[in-house]
Design a protein around this ligand. Structure first.
Ligand SMILES: Nc1ncnc2c1ncn2[C@@H]1O[C@H](COP(=O)(O)OP(=O)(O)O)[C@@H](O)[C@H]1O
Ligand SMILES: [Mg+2]
Length: 377
């Protein structure tokens, strides 16, 4: 049925999902034992897919109501509630008629927005953003409904750090005040911004301090990739050298999406009964950089010159140590120690630069390649 076993868009059915066995077990165990979890990793490491993978497993699939709410695009509490409410409605609609009715009756603050489709007889929810007049009240109604559900509930707020950008400053406290009283509902707060999430969950002054268990998602093991990639090439009557798999893994520094995308392309370029050739790799990488280049260009255009100079210097070095030193500043024609320091702080807040063992680096490996390409390096 499937043309390419290295799926890069949409849902990944279990057989095409690489490894994550330990993480899956661990996440399920944490949630079923009543913990709330903060799930963190750099972008595109596989958080969202892991959550959805867990939702498809037992006991979640049959014995729980599981909600996945991506709030990346939201910019206010009102939008948060709107997105949350809609998603709960959509899931209940597919899972339980009875719960759906309870939900529509429980949400008195927006009850006028529920109806029935006269053609299909299915319930409808014609809510627009402007209809959420009293978000705090609606939030309480949603949680009350889930608390009284006939099955336990799991809610994942993905890209949760987004709430730090809302104009309302009490959102963390508001959510926390509900969450600590809920008995039937557990949460996954996941996100890519280490900076913001660490502050929310591990800093004393924040309402969520010490309220969750942490799960940091690391790269999938090389061994697991070798098995996974070899197996699927073989199943589709193609071969691939484990050395090539290792090379891609190392080149992409373990980034799940980039690796998956590279094998998707390599598979695409390998005919049946043939062996994948290493010569294909450079053009595959060029194609991947090309695909991202529009968004990279767009966002580099918004970064102030001083920060960009530092970003380029780090890209050039790969791993940059002693960035405040005279040598580094001179080598890369930077302005001064203090301007490098300021720039680094901003770049790290944006998660464009990471710090590991006293070396600065660019976590998005393709961005690093892109910068070095336009810098002619
Ligand atoms: N276990 C996996 N097996 C195969 N591909 C995966 C796996 N996890 C993630 N991916 C790939 O990586 C991409 C990014 O994963 P995603 O969960 O969206 O990352 P994140 O939420 O951490 O940014 C997916 O679209 C998919 O192509
Ligand atoms: Mg995600």
């Amino acid at each position: 049925m499937i043309r390419n076993p290295f799926i890069i868009t949409g849902e990944i059915p279990a057989p095409y999902f690489c490894d994550r066995e330990e993480e899956t077990k661990r996440l399920i165990r944490m949630l079923t034992s009543g913990e709330n979890v903060c799930l963190m990793s750099p972008r595109r490491m596989g958080k969202s897919k892991l959550v959805q993978h867990c939702y498809a497993q037992e006991p979640f699939n049959s014995d729980y109501y599981c909600f996945y709410i991506d709030i990346y695009h939201t910019s206010s509490l009102k939008e948060f509630i709107y997105t949350f409410g809609r998603q709960v409605f959509n899931i209940l609609k597919t899972k339980s008629q009875q719960m759906l009715v309870k939900f529509t009756q429980g949400l008195r603050s927006i009850s006028a927005k529920f109806g029935f489709d006269s053609l299909t007889g299915l319930p409808t929810f014609n809510l627009s953003l402007g209809d959420v007049k009293n978000p705090e009240f609606t939030l309480e109604e949603i949680f009350t409904c889930l608390e009284n559900a006939d099955k336990p509930c799991i809610i994942c707020f993905d890209e949760f750090q987004q709430i730090a950008n809302y104009p309302e400053k009490n959102v963390e406290a508001l959510l926390r005040s509900h969450i600590q009283h809920l008995r039937n509902t557990n949460f996954i707060f996941s996100g890519s911004s280490r900076h913001l999430l660490t502050e929310m969950f591990h800093s004393y002054a924040h309402p969520f301090f010490n309220s969750t268990s942490s799960l940091s998602l690391k790269a999938i093991d090389l061994e697991a990739y070798i098995k996974f990639v070899t197996y699927w090439f073989h199943e589709f009557s193609r071969e691939i050298d484990p050395l090539l798999i290792t090379q891609v893994y190392q080149l992409m520094e373990g980034n799940t999406f980039y690796i998956q995308k590279a094998f998707h392309e390599l598979f695409e370029n390998t005919e049946k009964n043939e062996t994948c050739k290493i010569e294909m790799l450079p053009s595959v990488i060029v194609g991947m950089i090309e695909e991202e280049s529009d968004s990279y260009r767009q966002f580099l255009s918004m970064i102030p010159a001083r920060q960009k100079e530092v970003l380029f210097a780090i890209a050039n070095e790969g791993r940059a140590e002693k960035v405040m030193s005279v040598q580094f500043i001179r080598k890369h024609s930077l302005t001064s120690t203090s301007s490098v320091q300021n720039a680094l702080q901003k770049l790290m807040e944006l998660d464009l630069v990471g710090l590991d063992d006293r070396a600065y680096y660019i976590p998005d490996i393709l961005l690093k390649m892109y910068i070095n390409k336009i810098a002619g390096k």
